[in-house]
Design a protein around this ligand. Structure first.
Ligand code: IPM
Ligand code: MG
Length: 362
């Protein structure tokens, strides 16, 4: 039997509770599809700071490097907010992305038919649904460029962050996005700010060059301000969106919110091999931690992405996605996706319902 090495990073806040539901789903689906797991749990984020003084201990990074896949809950919380930048929980997240060479972040924003009314957009805008794949560059740009502070003569301190992209960095993310588009509706929108930024002009040049290898994909370019507006004006015009680290951070939050269910959306961070990091898009929600109130679906759907991208097990991925869909169709909800006055279940019960559905084979 094939055995995959999975490193689990529960993290902070609601991380541990949603992770435990997702791990149960992973084991069940593995059993059904004939694979097993060697699971190692490690520290990342605030819990790692408390235990070791740093957000990303060496041991965590090494264990992740030796795995087939990494499953992450969420990191961060008020308790660690006053620490200097390089010691915050978020620095652990950035460190693991770059330490594992995960340069592409796939964030699908999908509206579930059963949750159509949850979208904050008018029904005539949502029409038949929203299905956008945001491909965000994850290990370059302003997140990783040179930054610092300096004294000025007479105007106090100055601070700067640098947006820098190499042709090689743009080319590999563009290729990955074109490949993704080929498997979908064959439409790719590259988002930049080429009317102002030199880094964006290089970005656009490289994307245009890569496009020659993908004649079947229809490519268009959009400035980021316009893209932010078009996402709420006519979301159906988008299929795959490829963009820089920071623009992708912002637009993926927007894209997820128009589906009305940020608690439902998974993500995959990929590099040049099959090792991937899978995590929900939402944060650690410290205010509801430990109360069995969090929605585990985004993390469970992240496990589906893990089967798809790291293990090459499409059927297993579909099993999970179908089970989530049927649970929603049957009207089960967690608090965050329940309509006012509607009944809802807790984290554990939602996990159990999804596993029941998988066992039933729906
Ligand atoms: C995300 C988050 C992170 C980011 C933070 C927590 C560092 O917002 O994954 O989108 O900016 O990348
Ligand atoms: Mg973000």
């Amino acid at each position: 039997m094939k055995k995959f090495k999975v490193t689990v990073l529960p993290g902070d806040g609601i991380g541990p509770e949603i992770i435990s539901q997702a791990v149960e789903v992973m084991k069940l689906v593995g059993e059904k599809h004939g694979c097993g797991f060697e699971i190692t749990e490690e520290l990342l984020g605030g819990c790692a700071i408390d235990a070791t003084g740093v957000p990303l201990p060496e041991k965590t990074l090494n264990t992740c490097r030796q795995s087939d896949a990494v499953l992450l809950g969420a990191v961060g919380g008020e308790k660690w907010d006053k620490l200097p930048g390089h010691l915050r929980p978020e620095a652990g997240l950035l460190g693991i992305r770059s330490g594992l060479g995960l340069f592409a972040n796939l964030r699908p924003a999908v509206i579930y038919p059963a949750l159509k009314n949850a979208s904050p957009l008018r029904p005539d805008i949502v029409k038949d649904g929203i299905d956008i794949m945001v491909v965000r560059e994850l290990t370059g740009g302003i997140y990783f460029g040179e930054r610092g502070r300096k004294e000025t003569q007479d105007r106090g301190q100055a601070a700067y962050d640098t947006e820098l992209y190499t042709e090689a960095e743009v080319e590999r993310i563009a290729r990955l996005a074109f490949e993704a588009a080929l498997k979908r509706k064959k439409k790719l929108t590259s988002v930049d700010k080429a009317n102002v930024l030199e880094s964006s002009r290089l970005w656009r040049e490289v994307v245009v060059r890569v496009a020659k290898d993908y004649p079947d994909v229809e490519l268009n370019h959009m400035y980021v301000d316009n893209a932010a507006m078009q996402l709420v004006r006519r979301p159906e015009q988008f299929d795959v969106v490829v963009t820089t680290n920071m623009f992708g951070d912002i637009l993926s939050d927007e894209a997820s919110m128009i589906t009305g269910s940020i608690g439902m959306l998974p993500s995959a961070s990929l590099g040049s091999g099959t090792l991937g990091l899978y995590e929900p898009i939402h944060g650690s929600a410290p205010d509801i931690a430990g109360q069995d109130r969090a929605n585990p679906i985004a993390t469970i759907l992240s496990v589906a992405m893990m089967f798809r991208y790291s293990f090459g097990m499409e059927e297993a991925a579909l099993d999970i996605e179908k089970a989530v869909n049927s649970v929603l169709e049957k009207g089960h909800r967690t608090a965050d996706i329940a309509a006012p006055g509607e009944n809802y279940v807790g984290t554990r019960e939602m996990g159990r319902l999804i596993r029941e559905e998988i066992e039933r084979g729906n």
